[in-house]
Design a protein around this ligand. Sequence first.
Ligand code: DX5
Ligand code: ZN
Length: 229
Amino acid sequence: MNSIWLSPSVMCIPAWQGAGQAVEEAQQAGAALMHADVMDGEFVPNIMLGTENIKNLRLVSRVPLDLHLMIQRPEDKLGWFGIQPGDYVSVHAESTRHLHRALAMVRDLGAHPSAAINPGTPIGAIEDVLEEVDMVLVMTVDPGFAGQRLVPGTLKKAARLRELLDRAGRQSTRIQVDGNVSFENAPKMRAAGADVFVCGTSGMFCPGGTVRENTEKMLAAISAAEREG
Ligand code: DX5
Ligand code: ZN
């Protein structure tokens, strides 16, 4: 199994005036990536993190960005975000007629292409681009909002995908889970084969704990489950 990466969902930072501090706390707590949800109000019924937010986030992030593009026709807009080599860029299979082209464009920018699928989208929708991606984002909630509940069937979907990738010799292709990655769900997601955890209001930015406390709690929960096998 690949090593565990945490990717804090910056849309979940409770107070923007402390955003830079929260990003720093998340990085000190061990974030491998910085998850930025971009929403256009068309692909999902919400608007979130515009192009300037992404550029400002990059100024305070010492780790690569993990752009989650919940926008229509992403292939027409990749140039808007100042994508850098080393970033991860997730393109939703449901958001474009040209998924293969969009992923190739991400690769041409020197970034890591990632194909994303909603809970209702079968793995088959991305089966023919698995050799083009370094990661698959399996949405564990319907995209658009923080604070939602896990769609249980997505755990089995992640496990099927892990099996498919391993059978194809793609053990290094990562599986990201995004949505209600809670202290309770994260171990189940790890058991299903996930290795990149989007940490939002259910995890790193969960009220009642500091970012560091929440991170330690999350990692302890995952490793306890791994020990129990
Ligand atoms: C949902 C976003 C997630 C979300 C995760 O569309 O992609 O990143 O912010 O937050 P929680 O942990 O609240 O589900
Ligand atoms: Zn996301």
